[in-house]
Write a protein of this length. Structure first.
Length: 178
C-alpha cells in the first residue's frame, strides 16, 4: 500500500472528514467507471457509487493491508453494483435468441475506438450478459463465485460469459474493428 493511501486510511479510521474527502476525491473517477460498467444510466451509476462509498467507509476497518487499498475498494464497489443490479432489476439470463437483437443495433463503433466506445459496447449487452461479463472478465470473480452471488449455476455463468463474448465479437466484426 502506498504511503498516501496508508495516511488516508489512518485518517478515515479516526473519522477525519478531510481524510474521507481526500480518499473519495482520489478514487471517485475509478469507482464511477466500475459503476458505469454495471449500470445503463449515469444516475444509476451514481446511486451505486454512493452506496459503494458508504460500504467502503463503513468497512475500512476490515481492510487488512494485503494488496492495494484501491483494489480492495474496487471489489467493494463491484459488490455494491452487483447488489444494486440484483435488488433493483430482475437479471434475465438469456439464451442465444437475444444475440440477434443485439446484433441488429444501429449504433456503430468508429474504427478509432477508445475506452468510452468499449464501455458503450458492454452496455449494449443485456443485463445478464453484462453482469457476468463484468464480474468474470473485469472484476476477476470465478464462475463459482458468480454463481453463488447471482443464484445461478456455474454452467449458467460460463454460458452467459461465453454468449457475452460472442455478442461483443460479432458487434466488433460488424463494425470492422476486428
Amino acid at each position: 500500500m502506498d504511503i498516501k493511501d496508508e495516511q488516508l486510511l489512518k485518517g478515515c479510521l479516526k473519522g477525519e472528514r478531510a481524510s474521507q474527502n481526500a480518499l473519495y476525491e482520489k478514487y471517485r473517477r475509478r469507482m464511477y467507471a466500475i459503476c458505469l460498467r454495471y449500470a445503463k444510466e449515469s444516475h444509476e451509476a451514481l446511486d451505486i457509487m454512493q452506496e459503494g462509498f458508504i460500504r467502503i467507509f463503513k468497512g475500512l476497518h476490515q481492510f487488512r493491508g494485503e494488496g492495494s487499498l484501491g483494489k480492495w475498494m474496487d471489489r467493494v464497489m463491484a459488490n455494491a453494483a452487483i447488489r444494486y443490479i440484483s435488488k433493483h432489476k430482475k437479471i434475465r439470463f438469456t439464451n442465444g435468441d437475444d444475440l440477434e437483437r443485439i446484433l441488429q443495433g444501429q449504433d456503430s463503433i468508429s474504427e478509432k475506438s477508445d475506452e468510452q466506445d468499449l464501455l458503450n459496447l458492454v452496455l449494449k449487452l443485456p443485463v445478464g450478459y453484462r453482469t457476468v461479463f463484468n464480474m468474470f472478465a473485469i472484476e476477476g470473480y470465478s464462475h463459482k463465485e458468480i454463481a453463488k452471488k447471482l443464484g445461478i449455476t456455474e454452467g449458467g455463468s460460463r454460458s452467459q460469459y461465453s454468449r457475452a463474448k460472442k455478442a461483443m465479437q460479432n458487434i466488433l466484426r460488424q463494425n470492422e474493428m476486428i
